[in-house]
Design a binder for this molecule. Structure first.
Ligand code: 4AD
Ligand code: MG
Length: 480
């Protein structure tokens, strides 16, 4: 077997010395024709490989360049240098893959995040992105652990669908028809999707919720975790056209149960990262501290990354209604001094991210759960409250991010649901399968969607969502 290596993290974490080991990885730096810093992605810490003079021929020495992939064999010994307990005294070095130092895009220096975004296919090999994607992995694992431990069934809802779960019309079409105008047409000139691959018009899913509700009406508790797609033209640091969402759906839960579940869930996965990704989070914390130093004093965050994460897991989220939030915003000095771009004048308006961030960052200084929004600004499936004006919705807002979760208790009463769909021009025939949940054994139920990248942003302290998904998709960009 070729791969008889020890992972660099395992080697560095152990106190064992004076044994032979093989390591493989990519060269970060090579100093004085003698010291190789090697990284294999298991940790940001490199193993120092010492090549004694005369061990290697000149040709091999020249091929040890930044970015090259090598296999090194030798003895693990205590290190005399600073920064590491042990190092590898090499007896042999084999080049597995050359890397032309002139052309290798990553130099041993600090690159800007913007530059690294342009070479997203190489940025995994930097410390920042190494840390981010190990943390992302842990968070994804913790999602499954949380729900599995509670007996939820993981449901794979479809990626291609004929329905618009949010009713917002922000969908990417899926078709095999040619785009040159020769697609089959109906008599009225519109495209005849009956002849298309699926025999109907289809799109990429914006949410797995509707199918999730069907499964919850059988398993009681399910969750989805998959990619979702939105063709909204939002060029912001918070929006992606392709993002991952976790959507639990629970039979017999009301709005309050739903909030409890969401709060427990968020705290669990953050705690999991604190417990399992200490080194990477501390690295990202230092990175953030450096970045904050560039900002004027008044704009710097009051807490460091670890402090912020610990604060969130140890404190209750603030819960209030949309109506209470509007009152706070309306009366705020910020509003009176016209510092909001969109001034809050009255009840009924949708909150912009500046308002959400004011509430969490300036007013409450902690995550906030807002409930009971006006029905006009929310989706058709949300349960209507007795006041005739609001629905049993809940959004969770996080400091530095804004909305991280959107959810609700669902309208389980068939007549009310049909009435709302009619008002919102949502064709009942197309969602007939969904309406069967209300026809046969309907029950109170609730669920929510957590935007996975927004959570990763929060936990890593990064500021642009394009830096926490490996290959971001956004308007005018689908490279790699
Ligand atoms: O609030 P949204 O649109 O809710 C739903 O899709 C519901 N079906 C969820 C449910 O009740 N099962 O989206 C949920 C979350 C948002 O709170 C946000 O965190 C994230 O998904 N999100 C996005 N993340 C990145 N880029 C985008 N364009 C996003 N749109 C929504
Ligand atoms: Mg939302």
């Amino acid at each position: 077997m070729f791969n008889k290596r020890i992972k660099i993290k395992t080697l560095l974490d152990s106190d064992k010395i004076n044994y032979d080991a093989t390591v493989m990885g990519w060269v970060r730096t090579f100093r004085n024709n003698q010291f190789i810093a090697l990284n294999d992605g298991s940790t940001n810490n490199n193993i120092q490989i010492v090549v004694a003079l005369g061990t290697l021929d000149d040709v091999t020495l020249k091929r040890i360049t930044t970015g090259a992939c090598i296999k090194a064999l030798g003895e693990v010994v205590p290190s005399l240098g600073k920064g590491q307990k042990v190092e590898l005294k090499a007896t042999s070095v084999e080049i597995l893959g050359d890397s032309d130092a002139e052309k290798f895009p990553l130099q041993p220096k600090k690159h800007s995040l913007e530059f690294l975004r342009e070479i997203a296919h190489m940025r995994f090999r930097t410390n920042t992105f190494g840390a981010i994607f190990r943390v992302r992995h842990s968070l994804a694992y913790a999602v499954h652990k949380f729900y599995n431990d509670r007996g939820f069934v993981y449901m794979h809802t479809p990626i291609i669908t004929a329905s618009d779960a949010e009713g917002a019309g922000e969908m990417f079409k899926v078709t095999t028809f040619p785009l040159d105008g020769t697609a089959p047409k109906q008599e009225d000139g519109s495209i005849n999707f009956k002849e298309d691959f699926f025999g109907r018009s289809t799109n990429l899913t914006v949410s797995g919720q509707l199918e999730g509700e069907l499964a919850a009406m059988a398993f009681s508790e399910i969750y989805t975790f998959g990619p979702t797609f939105r063709a909204e033209n939002s060029n912001t640091t918070r929006h992606l056209a392709e993002f991952w969402m976790i959507e639990p759906e629970v039979a017999f839960n009301d709005l309050e149960d739903n909030m409890d579940l969401a709060e427990d869930f968020i705290k669990f996965i953050i705690r999991y990262a604190i417990d399992n990704n200490k080194e990477d989070l501390e690295f990202l914390g230092l990175r953030l501290e450096e970045e904050e130093k560039q900002k004027p004093l008044g704009e710097r965050s009051e807490m460091g990354l670890m402090e912020k994460l610990n604060f969130v897991v140890n404190n209750d989220f603030e819960r209030l209604t949309y109506t209470e939030a509007i009152d706070i915003l309306k009366e705020s000095n910020h509003n009176k001094k016209k510092k909001f771009q969109y001034l809050i004048e009255g009840w009924g308006v949708d909150l912009q991210s500046e308002h959400e961030r004011y509430l969490v960052e300036k007013h409450f200084k902690k995550p906030v759960i807002l409930t009971n929004y006006p029905k006009e600004i929310k989706a058709f499936y949300m349960r209507q409250n007795d006041d005739g004006k609001t629905v049993a919705a809940m959004d969770i807002l996080a400091p530095g991010i804004g909305e991280i979760v959107g959810g609700s208790q669902r309208e389980e009463r068939m007549d009310k649901l049909l009435e709302r769909m009619k008002e919102m021009n949502i064709p009942a025939e197309e969602l007939d399968w969904y309406l069967d949940t209300r026809r046969f054994g309907a029950c109170p139920h609730a669920g929510f969607g957590l935007g996975f990248e927004r959570l990763v942003l929060f936990v890593t302290g990064m500021t642009n969502i394009r830096d926490v998904i490996p290959f971001p998709r956004y308007p005018k960009s689908a490279s790699f």
